[in-house]
Write a protein that binds this ligand. Structure first.
Ligand SMILES: C[S@@+](CC[C@H](N)C(=O)[O-])C[C@H]1O[C@@H](n2cnc3c(N)ncnc32)[C@H](O)[C@@H]1O
Length: 393
């Protein structure tokens, strides 16, 4: 794969030659396992598990849960799951080692951006309590998770997401990790060509990659972004300032925002619902509805719901729920987001869902970027198209 080189910015941890070699090795190992070893599970299922299940039950498995109960007993599945999980942990460890080596200077740089003449702003809440579903659960096995804030001025969680996320997604989100935000902006133009948002909010911004994409696509809008983690926000703010992107970051939960009613023309929640709890999803929809102006749009991007896939396809996609610290992954993919939107006060005829522009299309905006989507982390993920749920107020 012609790897896309991550674009440098003020707080991106720079890998030494040895660190870069280790990160590249882990990247290649992950691709190899996902593309050439893990797919062997289908033959195990077709040739052994399915016939045996049919002999015992007189029918095929009805859903992913029945398939899972059988597959977790298969040595080949145990082996590939162990490979995948171990590679994931190796990847975070490699990135973390590189961050720790340069942490004091990264913290120092972030503080200089925060204290200097800024285009955006950073508002942290010292009394904020990170919700238990984040603090107790280190999503995608990231050490410490999104809520870790280990020392004064810490930016580790943000740096881990930015650099680790880039390796994990094999450059798919683009050199600035902003493809998700750019793709969402393309979806806004496609679904609501009349909407020219002047004030935008992103809920769940992490290191500010997707927010940066929104900033690039809506350069004249006033852009706000929230997250629950102080360390991701410090990093996101410094990163945005170093890239000259005017973004206002706030430590706040999307479940309970301090913004006034009818404040925003566009509220986005991008690749975030699968990493928040089920009850938080309901609360975020309610809050989004509240802070949207009449005529505004709430747009979520997510992995597509399971309802479009057969039981095997669902089982394959559900690996992260059980093996990658993603306890809400399966639940949100089963959820009818239309029901959630209606409960939040949106009207049925103003709700839409379906596929739209993905990061591959967003990256095509940058002609210099080459991404090999077919080889991206096996068959369960891909950048061709993203799935969206949207509701206008
Ligand atoms: C997968 S990341 C989002 C990635 C980001 N949108 C991007 O594309 O670059 C999910 C983020 O949602 C945040 N999050 C989860 N629950 C939240 C809540 N209730 N309020 C605000 N942020 C939340 C997490 O802390 C995490 O940073």
């Amino acid at each position: 794969m012609a790897a896309v080189k991550q674009e440098a910015h003020g707080v991106l941890p720079v890998a030494s030659l040895d660190e870069a070699a280790r990160q590249a090795y882990i990247n290649e190992l992950g691709k190899h396992v996902l593309n050439y070893i893990t797919p062997g599970n289908k033959a195990v299922y077709d040739n052994h598990v399915l016939p045996s299940f049919q002999r015992r039950h007189g029918r095929a498995p009805l859903d992913r849960h029945e398939i899972r109960k059988e597959m977790v007993r298969q040595p080949f599945y145990q082996m590939t799951s162990s490979f995948q999980r171990t590679i994931q942990e190796m990847m975070w460890n490699a990135v973390d080692e590189s961050i720790q080596r340069q942490l004091p200077s990264l913290i120092d740089t972030a503080q200089k951006f925060a204290n200097g003449k800024t285009k955006g702003s950073l508002t942290l809440d010292p009394n904020f309590e990170v919700p238990p579903y984040i603090i107790n659960n280190h999503n995608h096995a990231t050490p410490g998770g999104y809520g870790a804030d280990l020392m004064p001025g810490d930016i580790t969680a943000g740096a881990l997401y930015d650099r680790g996320g880039y390796i994990y997604t094999q450059g798919l989100f683009g050199p600035r990790m902003d493809g998700i935000g750019k793709a969402a902006a393309m979806m806004v133009a496609q679904s609501r060509p009349d909407l020219k948002p002047k004030k935008i909010l992103e809920i769940g911004c992490t290191a500010g990659g997707s927010t940066g994409g929104l900033s690039m696509m809506f350069p004249d809008a006033e852009l706000h972004a929230i997250d629950v983690g102080a360390a991701v926000l410090r990093y996101a703010h410094a990163r945005a300032e170093s890239l000259h992107l005017p973004i206002h970051f706030h430590q706040m939960s999307g479940e309970n925002m301090t913004f006034a009613n009818s404040s925003f023309d566009l509220v986005c929640c991008l690749a975030t619902l699968h990493e928040t709890s089920r009850s938080a999803t309901y609360n975020i929809f309610k809050e989004a509805q509240r802070v949207l102006k009449p005529g505004g749009l709430f747009l979520c991007s997510e992995l597509p719901p399971y309802k479009g896939f057969d039981p095997w396809g669902q089982f394959v996609r559900d690996w992260d729920t059980y093996n990658n610290n993603e306890p809400f992954w399966g639940a949100v993919h089963d959820l009818e987001l239309k029901d959630v939107a209606l409960e939040a006060g949106f009207e049925a005829d103003k709700y839409f869902e379906g596929f739209g522009p993905g990061v591959a299309q967003a990256n095509a905006l940058n002609a210099a970027v080459e991404v090999d989507n077919k080889k991206f982390m096996g068959s369960t993920r891909g950048g061709g198209q993203a799935w969206y749920a949207g509701a206008s107020k």
